[in-house]
Design a protein around this ligand. Sequence first.
Ligand SMILES: *Cc1c(COP(=O)(O)O)cnc(C)c1O
Length: 391
Amino acid sequence: MIPYGRQNISEADIQAVVDVLRSDFLTQGPAVPAFEQAVATYCGVKHAVAVNSATSALHIACLALGVKSGDWVWTSPITFVASANCALYCGAQVDFVDIDPLTYNLSVECLEEKLKLAESLGRLPKVVIPVHLCGQSCDMVGIHALSQRYGFKVIEDASHAIGGKYRNEPIGNCRYSDITVFSFHPVKIITTGEGGMAVTNEARLAKKMQLFRSHGITRNANEMTQAPDGPWYYEQIELGFNYRMTDIQAALGLNQMKRLDNVVTKRNEIAKDYDRALADTEFVIPFQDVDRYSAFHLYVVRLRSDDRGRSRKKIFEALRDSEIGVNVHYIPVYQQPYYKKLGFIKDDYPEAEKYYFEAISLPMYPDLTPDQQRYVCRILKEKLAVISSSN
Ligand SMILES: *Cc1c(COP(=O)(O)O)cnc(C)c1O
């Protein structure tokens, strides 16, 4: 089976991990701060806090921004459930903003409309979490302008997007947001096995996230309620978690950072090849905004149809039968049984509904060979012809 995504591991990556295993520290050693520094420098951002997943990063980002019971957090419905769950962890309520029909990212027009209504109801969100779907940035200038007007904070869920650019600047520089979050799960752009990072330009937020990452414990005398009892002394001043990244993971991530630009270039080349191969078919290829450079975590095509996903399902099954590991990103979060119970209505998200009936993620990873890619495109066209003739 050709998978939809796959990690890229070099001999140097393996050596970097082995070196840590032979060293004094498996966790809380020098590799974690070195990895944080490498990501911060790459993104052009002041602070970076490495954690054990992007899910944890989203959680501590919400906590650092003071999200709590009674607050609202808004995000896109076309995302992984973690983008919404982080708000529920804090006792807040979640709502969704429909997607843009071209980019499939959270729609700034829908956001503005929803904000106007929320203002009149006295239910403005505390935080909005735009998700850079597939690795292409959201319209951050538009979202930032609305955040100024309506007074909400912004967490960019850039789990798909490290190595991407917005207006010629790296995603993660937090020019238009308070915090940006990355994932290093193996299917993502670079990996640490499991892992994530939250980056910010605000020292105050970084400090809080560092506390929440490790039980809420400080060893810094300036933050304590009393003078230390002795050199052993620490204080727990918040209710935090064990969300720490190990040095084993950080060493892998640090070495992967060296190839980040190459890996993203390769992903863009694969995307261009798909674009060319599928240009004259019924598939809608991904729209790329001129001021954005996608990291291309995913390559999503849409099969135009008004048969409520019947054709898409047929193509999907035919591809899987041909050993092509296609996938669907994502089932709208409000359709999940846990969220359905909270009372969301499909009719509120017409674009997300349409997208869900039509989307297919094709195999996309740096080690996908030209032969494999040609095979995927050939089967895709063959199956499409069969389905078109049977309709
Ligand atoms: C993968 C992903 C996450 C969660 O990442 P983990 O590191 O697996 O916790 C969150 N948001 C989006 C959009 C993702 O794709």
